[in-house]
Design a protein around this ligand. Structure first.
Ligand code: PHE
Length: 461
């Protein structure tokens, strides 16, 4: 942070990498393959890509634009543009979503830290068979102390980065870590191409399979698009507030969405060939990458070192995302009440940690948040957090942000901000039409359908 209050990114590249740092995370490497596996593959992926381009991208532009115009975090941004109005609720919805997402995200990130430890101690090679490597994950999620401990460790790391003010830290790290992760994934895809299961995997990911596709998969695709792009809760709005005035927004957003989608697809092209080659279940759920990736490395020459590097990079990808979640919560209270950064950060970080404990215990057999809750409600506490935030809160937030940008804010302000610093100003009308019609309608229909209201009325299935 510079002396003059809010900082800015040093360059467009800085913003793109930091925003991509927020976008690219466990959502791409862990969540995308596992949700794709559960949702039946190809058709889900196609719908996901369409949603990313036609709904995610315009919404991202809207969010970044709101942030840059107001130079504020979400609640304050709505306050600046609309005063005391129900729109403040959209900002608060985002803060709540940030809170909830970080509470379970940190648990998964904790697992990745444990996997660095397992890789360093050569546990995968010692385990030997694919089954034994899989059992390591099952043992981890069933262990309350390990889960809570790693969750605490990861929250402490996140809080300590955000404590220092994020700009220089995030920007500098993202510039090194994002390209490293990308190269690493490319290398792994190259390895996967030669696995016997590659053909089956490619067909699973890219060929439309109607059988496994349900309307629930459409909701899951929408949720995954929002989760992966860090949309609908003000993360992009907050990062946009640090964007220099002379940088064009549409092209930056396109870059972020392209990087994010490419990395998600590359991850699935690494995970599924392994899954099929070793006779594993694509619908294995949250443990999917924690089982498949170490199996691949344990078979590879040089796998020991590569496996360490891989999980270290995943931890870093998780950190560049978790700090954006913590930053939304933190900057919100700083902007609104003028509280000190360190006070806000430590307090909210501690609350998020406590709130995440039930998620950390969701795999523990004797815990009420795990199997018991699942028997009653079909989901563990962890699953509920994931499902409610990604599938409902983020799309709803995105819908309201699109409506606000499309219909509520000052027109000339909007046009000026969109066209500033870009040669892509000609796309303004097209973007606006998407915001007016397609984005709200599509999100509304998917959410409404998923509430079952349409079914009750006898419309749709
Ligand atoms: N996009 C991040 C990921 O893919 C998660 C995230 C969601 C971050 C929402 C910020 C806001 O891992």
């Amino acid at each position: 942070m510079t002396g003059k209050g809010r900082g800015t990114w040093a360059s467009r590249l800085g913003f793109v990498l930091a925003a991509a740092g927020s976008a690219v995370g466990l959502g791409n490497i862990w969540r995308f393959p596992y949700v794709t596996g559960k949702s039946g593959g190809g058709l889900f992926v196609a719908v996901y890509i369409v949603f990313t381009v036609l709904i995610g991208l315009p919404t991202m532009i809207a969010e970044v634009l709101l942030g840059r115009t107001t130079q504020s975090s979400p609640v304050k941004a709505f306050h600046k543009l609309r005063g005391r109005s129900p729109w403040l609720g959209v900002g608060w919805l985002g803060v709540a979503a940030g809170f909830m997402i970080l509470s379970f995200y940190s648990v998964v990130a904790g697992w990745t830290i444990h996997y660095v430890y397992l890789a360093v101690t050569n546990a995968f090679e010692v385990a030997g068979s694919a089954d034994n490597i899989g059992a390591l994950f099952d043992a981890l999620v069933a262990n309350p102390w390990a889960n809570v401990g790693y969750h605490l460790l990861f929250m402490s790391i996140t809080v300590s980065v955000v404590l220092g003010g994020v700009q220089s830290g995030i920007e500098r790290w993202s510039k090194i870590l994002m390209p490293a992760l990308f190269l690493m994934l490319l290398g792994l895809v190259f390895y996967s191409i030669f696995l016997p299961g590659f053909g089956k995997a490619a067909s699973f990911v890219f060929a439309p399979h109607m059988e496994a596709f349900t309307f629930g998969s459409v909701l899951a695709a929408l949720g995954q698009a929002f989760f992966s792009l860090s949309l609908g809760m003000g993360a992009m709005l907050t990062y946009g507030s640090y964007l220099p005035k002379e940088t064009g927004i549409p092209k930056s957003a396109l870059w972020v969405a392209t990087l994010d989608t490419t990395i998600a697809l590359l991850s699935s092209l690494v995970v599924f060939p392994i899954t099929f080659s070793f006779g594993m279940e694509p619908a294995a759920g949250p443990g999917l990458i924690f089982k498949s990736i170490p199996i691949a490395f344990s078979q590879m020459p040089g796998g020991y070192v590569l496996c360490i590097i891989f999980f270290v990079l995943v931890v870093f990808a998780a950190i560049t995302s978790s700090i954006s979640l913590q930053e939304v919560v933190t900057s919100n209270f700083i902007d609104l009440f003028g509280w000190r950064r360190w006070k806000v950060c430590l307090t909210t970080g501690a609350i998020i940690f406590v709130f995440g404990v039930p998620s950390a215990l969701s795999g523990v057999p004797s815990s009420p948040f795990g199997p018991l809750l699942k028997a009653l409600t079909d989901r563990t506490f962890f699953d509920w957090m994931d499902y409610l935030t990604a599938n409902w809160m983020l799309p709803l937030g995105g819908l309201l942000i699109a409506v606000f940008t499309g219909f509520v804010i000052d027109r000339s302000l909007r046009r000026e901000e969109f066209k500033r610093g870009t040669t892509w100003g000609g796309l303004y009308g097209f973007w606006l039409v998407l915001l007016w019609v397609l984005v709200p309608t599509a999100i509304f229909v998917v959410l409404l359908q998923s509430t079952g209201v349409l079914g009750l009325l006898g419309i749709g299935g």
